[in-house]
Design a protein around this ligand. Sequence first.
Ligand code: PLP
Length: 359
Amino acid sequence: MRVYNFAPGPATLPLAVLEQAQAELLDWQGSGTSVMEVSHRGSAFMQVAEAAEADLRALLAIPEHYRVLFMQGGATGQFAAVPLNLTAPGESADYLNTGLWSGKALAEARRYVSVNVVADGKESNYMSVPPIAAWRRGAAARYFHYTANETISGVEIFEVPNLPGAELVADVSSTILSRPIPVDRYAVLYAGAQKNLGPAGLTLVIIRSDLLGRARDVTPSVLNYTLMAESGSMLNTPPTFAWYLTGLVLRWLKGEGGLSVMAERNARKAQALYDCIDRSGFYRNSVARECRSRMNVTFRLPSEALEKQFLAAAEAAGLANLAGHRLVGGLRASLYNALPEAGVAALIDFMRDFAHRHG
Ligand SMILES: *Cc1c(COP(=O)(O)O)cnc(C)c1O
């Protein structure tokens, strides 16, 4: 039986996509093999690769002068790739620290570049984003990095920061394709696939073309944007199954009506759940209202004992993977594109009933 899967990543995938992958697993396009068993350079797979890029470009309205790279190494690999590709030794970069993922990004960057932390959310325990007026930009920073959505705490930045002259780099691992974004405001966008794009193993990078050609000599070739762009992301064997499945997800998204439809649906899902929390007098979410994530809704119960009970009962009711991140505890419902509105409705019913019985 399929459950409603609120996992933060790897995360739920559209049922229609899984069914298609299942139907063509043994005999893909009449080849008598699966898509996993053919050359990435053969014409059949090349069509998959090209269609995925074309669909992504259409969905996000990616301008011509941006390149799309299909890489490996996860968002964590990009924490190193960004400074290696965009800076020379001795240069500096700005980082906004809004929580665990931006903290990891800047810690890794420090190995390669002088990091200026423009602002740090620790005073609010990372439950809000420091106001832009308080950000202290470095005069010589080569780029400005931020995490569009802190997947662990559930803190999202909705507006593109208005920072004249800055080359914006954003980790969009847990928000990509959840709504339209103005790609042309960015220098680089990157995302691990396993939240809102497809299965784990693929990492997406969108980069303005004029930023290519600057990688340091020591950059590992598989993290080198220039080499990856020159080779059509086939410098070495890519994760073909993850690429194929991501392609199916992109096709599904187009069929659902694209990102404005997703944006409306995601806003409704998150609003319904936050309303349930706020009105309960039982559950609480501590994130500042203006940056409450639409993708990862975190909440606590009156005690850890009740949280344990809640998780077990939810699991038994077919509401899976609601535990918060191991570092912060509590509960977290991840509401990515593939999590249907009916799943949120079922969760809300369950939460009302649980609060009624234990409140
Ligand atoms: C999950 C996540 C990461 C880490 O991704 P990996 O692919 O495991 O390296 C980084 N940043 C954000 C915002 C994430 O949600």
